[in-house]
Ligand binder design. Sequence first.
Ligand code: GTP
Ligand code: MG
Ligand code: ZN
Length: 286
Amino acid sequence: MRTGIVIKFHSNFVVVKDDEEDLSTLCTLRGRFKLSKIKPMVGDRVEYITSQDRGRIESIMPRTSVIQKPRVSNVDNVVVVVSRSKPYVQYSMIDRIVAGISLSKVNVVLALNKTDITEQEEIEDFKRVYAPYRMVLMSTITRKGLDLLEKELEGHISVFAGPSGVGKSSLLNSILSLELKTGRVSNATNMGRHTTTSASLLGLKGEGFVVDTPGYITVEFGEIAPLQVQELFPEIKAASPMCLFDDCLHNEEPECYVKELVKSGGIPQSRYESYLNILKETKKEW
Ligand SMILES: Nc1nc2c(ncn2[C@@H]2O[C@H](COP(=O)(O)OP(=O)(O)OP(=O)(O)O)[C@@H](O)[C@H]2O)c(=O)[nH]1
Ligand SMILES: [Mg+2]
Ligand SMILES: [Zn+2]
C-alpha cells in the first residue's frame, strides 16, 4: 500500500502525489467510497494501490482541518497577504481576516507585501502592531523576503488569502518561477491543464504545497460566544489572567489589565478596537 496526497481532480479521477517518490497517479475510488458519502478533497492524505499506471484510493486519513474557499483539507498555514501602500489595507480589515482564520485553528503567517513602495515608518508600525504573529516583510518586485516566506511554507500545505490587489497572484507566480528555475516540473503538470472549479496543490521546491487559488475570507462572528473572542487575539488572551474577573470581557469591567495595557501602549489601540468591534457582533446572540 502506498501513501500520498490528493493534489487535484482530473476528469473523474483523483490525482495522488506519492509520499515517497516523485510520482503522480490517476486514481479511482474503491467501490465502497462511492456508496458512502465520503468524497476525497484536495489536500487529503490517502492510502492507495497501483496497477499499471492507474491507482485506487483505499482509505482517507482523518482531516486535521478543512477550509471552504478554496475547499482544501489539511491546510497548515494561511498566509495573509496585505500591503500598506497601493492598496493601503486598514488594520481593522487585517484584524478581521486574521481573527476569522484563527477560528479555524490553522496557523496564520502575515506577509506584508510591497515593502518596496511602503514608508519605513509604516513598516515599523506594522511590526509593532503584529508582533505576536509569524510575519514576513516582502516584495515580489525586489524579491525581498521571499526566501523567508519559503521557509514558512516548507513541509506544509499553505494557502494565500488577503484583500484584492495586495499581490497574492504575483506572490504565487514568484514562488512558482523559483520552482521552474530549478528545473523541476511535477508529473501532474505534464498531464496538461484542464478547466476546473476546484483548487489544486502545487508542489514546492522542497517539501510542501501551496494551493493554486487564493482564498477569500468572510466570517460571521455571531456564531461565537463573547468570551471566545479573546482567543482570536493572542496579546489580549495573554493579558487576561491579570484581570480582576475570570470572565472579564475587557470592556466595561473594573480593574481590567487589558485596558491598562492599552493605555500604557503595551497593546496597540487598533488591536483593542478590532477586538471590541468583533465582541459587539457576538453580543446579540448571547
Ligand atoms: N510595488 C509593488 N507592486 C506589486 C508587488 N506585488 C504585486 N504588485 C503589483 O500589485 C498589483 C496587484 O497584484 P496581484 O498579484 O494581481 O494582486 P492580487 O492580490 O492577486 O489581487 P486580486 O486577484 O484582485 O485579489 C499588480 O499590478 C502587481 O504588479 C510588490 O511587491 N511591489
Ligand atoms: Mg489575484
Ligand atoms: Zn480585562
